[in-house]
Design a protein around this ligand. Structure first.
Ligand code: PDD
Length: 279
C-alpha cells in the first residue's frame, strides 16, 4: 500500500512517525474519513470543510486543506482504487516536539498522514444491526473530529462484546449518537435526529439525509431524542460515511419496531444512494 505522509507518497512500511509525535503521546490531532462510490469521492467538499473546522478549533495551522482533494485522488489512483468503493482516511497531528501539555514553542510542522483502502463492510443493510445503549463518557467537544477516540473505542468494544454493532451514547437521558455514527429515529411517522451541539459530531451523512427528507417532503426534526423514545420508536437507524442509513433492529436485546429495517430507513437509503450517483 502506498500512503501519503508529510507531503510525499511512500510505501506504508517506509513511514516513520516520531515517538515525540503529539498524536502518539497526547492524542492531539484530528481526522476525516471519506469514501468513494464507483471510484468517485463523495461529498468531499463537506469533508474538507469539516477538517478545516476541526483544525481551527484545535488551532492547528500549516495544512493546505484546499490541496487535499488532489491528494485523495492520487492515493486512489496509485493504489488502483479508481473503480469500486473505497475509503479514504486522513489525519493531522500538531507535530513532533518534546512532551509538554502546552503547544510547542517555537511551533513545529503538523504531521499529516493519509491512506486509501478498499471498503470492507461488516453489515447487511437489508438485515440491519443490533445496538446497545451506554453512558456517554466522552469530553464536551464531540463536534471536533479528534483522533482522541478512547471513549468511543470503549463504548464500541462494549457493543461488540454484547454481540452488537454500535453503542448508542446517552447523556442525561438523551440518546445523542453512536460511537462512530449519528442517530435517527422514526417517531409517529416523522424523522428525528439530535440537534447539532458540542455533544455530537456534525455528520455529513446526517446533513445529507436531512436534506433528502426535506426534498422528499418527509417531516424531519432536529430535536433531542430521549432514550425511552428510541425504545418505542417505529424505526431507529444509524448514519455515517460507511454505514449510510443502517437500520437498528435490536436495541439492548429487544426488537425495534417490527424487528427488521423499516420502510423509512430503507427508502432513505435508496434516496441516499441516488444522491451518491449524482455527485
Ligand atoms: N465516523 N458520529 C461520530 C462520533 C463519528 O465518528 C462519525 C463518523 C459520525 C458520522 O459522520 P459522517 O457521516 O460524516 O461519516 C458520527 C467515521 C466514519 C469513523 O470514525 O470511522
Amino acid at each position: 500500500m502506498t500512503v501519503y505522509f508529510n507531503g510525499s507518497y511512500q510505501p506504508k512500511d517506509a513511514v516513520r512517525v516520531s515517538p515525540d509525535d503529539r498524536g502518539f503521546l497526547l492524542g492531539d490531532g484530528v481526522y476525516e474519513v471519506a469514501r468513494t462510490y464507483g471510484g468517485r469521492l463523495f461529498a468531499i467538499d463537506r469533508h474538507l470543510e469539516r477538517l478545516r473546522y476541526s483544525l481551527g478549533e484545535l488551532r492547528i495551522t500549516g495544512v493546505a486543506v484546499d490541496t487535499l482533494g488532489q491528494v485523495f485522488e492520487e492515493l486512489l489512483r496509485i493504489n488502483g482504487l479508481m473503480a469500486g468503493d473505497a475509503l479514504v482516511y486522513f489525519q493531522v497531528t500538531r507535530g513532533a516536539a518534546r512532551r509538554a501539555h502546552g503547544f510547542p514553542e517555537p511551533p513545529v510542522a503538523p504531521t499529516t498522514y493519509g491512506y486509501a483502502a478498499p471498503l470492507a463492510l461488516k453489515f447487511d443493510h437489508t438485515k440491519g444491526v443490533a445496538a446497545i445503549t451506554v453512558p456517554d463518557r466522552r469530553w464536551a467537544r464531540c463536534d471536533i473530529k479528534t483522533i482522541s477516540l478512547v471513549a468511543n473505542c470503549l463504548a464500541n468494544q462494549e457493543a461488540q462484546e454484547a454481540g452488537a454493532f454500535e453503542a448508542i451514547l446517552v447523556r442525561d437521558g438523551v440518546a445523542l449518537e453512536g460511537s462512530h455514527t449519528n442517530l435517527f429515529a422514526v417517531l409517529g411517522g416523522e424523522v428525528w435526529t439530535a440537534p447539532l451541539s458540542n455533544y455530537i459530531l456534525p455528520g455529513i451523512t446526517r446533513a445529507i439525509l436531512i436534506g433528502i427528507c426535506r426534498a422528499a417532503g418527509m417531516p424531519v426534526h432536529e430535536r433531542p431524542i430521549q432514550v425511552e423514545e428510541i425504545r418505542r420508536a417505529d424505526e431507529v437507524f444509524l448514519a455515517g460515511t460507511t454505514t449510510e442509513a443502517l437500520g437498528v433492529v435490536r436495541l439492548d436485546g429487544r426488537p425495534v419496531g417490527t424487528g427488521v429495517p423499516g420502510p423509512v430507513t430503507l427508502r432513505l437509503r435508496q434516496l441516499f444512494l441516488k444522491e451518491t450517483a449524482r455527485r
